[in-house]
Ligand binder design. Structure first.
Ligand code: ADP
Ligand code: MG
Length: 367
């Protein structure tokens, strides 16, 4: 085995605020985390991509005939989807041997999937000398996930994994694609973001996600708007009167959540980081009561973190488990994490894991 021609990596992400707003043409505010997926790549001997994942312990060979959605399934579909999407867009991706390793936990809501697709994309674009501006990477990686893998994600994860900057969160308008890098250097404010992985079993998440999307689409149709993004908070009373009680609450979550993203961006632009705390907590209440996507584990983590002194806390990610983030004083991270861990033990939940999330940079060549 010859040495790798190079090593590329792309990060996972945390969404600071803006949940289930992406597919409603709304606003999100993710930041990249220091955990990354690394791809060591070298030219292949033949017309194929040989992919090894340290995490699965498997090696899969992807041939040219596999470049059709459905041909490769399982984890290797996230890899095969990239040369497929590149070819579909008229590029000639190079044949490579790829060795993958990740410290983004898989399936924890930190977007290990986008970290994988974007790291593979970075390697193929760079080694192949492909003419694909970085601005176009998110849509291409999203297409790999949506169409090749069959996972209905919005564009947030891939945008964060490719375009985020260290010390900044990325304010993304999912309708226009406009984005702004908003200062989010917590250490300068003696603050830290604690991320707790609840490790709650993710039951029914796919079906519930599809159901939420469907109710948003049907509400938009009933209300005569292109997407729920087109509603303002002032429109809510009239809009909700035309909807059944459950759908009205779903709409209220999306509309108020968009407002909370805008308010969070305003606070951060103005340098008031602790000022975002109440917005984070209000987002959680909205996900719990109106969108109904939380579970006892994440509610417990949020309540416990707040009781232990967090400025704000919320579940992050699609819901039904996953991670909670809590904005805390820099010197309180361990104490708050220990308090949450103890609360989980008391309730006989799975033991959570935690880390301190610093806003990191997007996909890059490492070696
Ligand atoms: P998340 O993106 O929140 O981690 P997803 O369900 O979207 O959760 O993506 C997780 C899937 O991505 C895994 O089940 C696996 O198929 C694939 N994956 C991610 N990272 C790796 C890796 N390092 N090796 C193999 N497969 C991976
Ligand atoms: Mg994912």
């Amino acid at each position: 085995m010859t040495a790798a021609s190079g090593v590329w990596s792309a990060p996972g992400r945390v969404n600071l605020i803006g949940e289930h707003t992406d597919y409603n043409d709304g606003f999100v505010l993710p930041f990249a985390i220091p955990m990354r997926t690394t791809v060591a790549a070298r030219p292949a001997d033949g017309p194929q991509w040989t992919v090894r994942s340290r995490e699965t312990g498997e090696t899969i060979v992807i041939g040219e005939s596999d470049l059709a959605p459905g041909a490769v399934t399982g984890w290797a579909a996230y890899v095969a989807g990239i040369p497929w999407a590149l070819r579909d867009a008229g590029h000639r991706p190079p044949f490579l041997d790829l060795s993958i390793a990740s410290d983004v936990p898989l399936g924890a809501g930190l977007s290990s999937s986008a970290a994988l697709t974007c790291a593979v994309l970075a390697a193929l674009v760079d080694l192949g000398g492909l003419d694909l501006p970085r601005d176009e990477w998110p849509a291409l990686a999203q297409r790999a996930e949506n169409t090749y893998v069959g996972a209905p994600t919005g564009i947030m994860d891939q945008s964060a994994s490719t375009l985020c900057r260290p010390g900044h969160a990325m304010f993304l308008d999912c309708r226009s694609g406009d984005r702004e890098h908003v200062p989010f250097a917590l250490a300068e404010h003696d603050l830290a973001m604690l991320v707790v992985d609840s490790r709650a079993p993710h039951s029914h998440a796919d079906g519930e996600y599809a159901a939420r999307r469907a109710s948003c689409e049907s509400a938009a149709a009933t209300l005569g708007v292109a997407a729920l993004r087109d509603l303002a908070e002032a429109d809510l009373p009239a809009a909700c009167a035309k909807l059944d009680e459950v759908t009205a609450r779903r709409v209220r979550h999306v509309v108020t959540e968009n407002g909370r993203v805008l308010a969070t961006v305003e606070k951060l632009r103005g340098g008031s980081v602790t000022g975002i705390g109440p917005l984070l907590t209000a987002s959680h209440a909205s996900m719990r009561d109106d969108y109904e996507i939380t579970v006892p584990e994440v509610d417990t983590a949020v309540e416990t973190a707040l009781a232990a002194g967090a400025y704000g806390a919320r579940m992050t990610g699609g819901g039904f488990g996953g991670c909670v983030l809590a904005l805390v004083d820099a010197d309180a991270v361990e104490r708050v994490a220990d308090t949450v861990t103890a609360a989980f033990a008391e309730r006989a939940f799975n033991q959570p894991t935690w880390f301190k999330a610093v806003a990191a940079g997007g996909a890059a060549r490492d070696e």
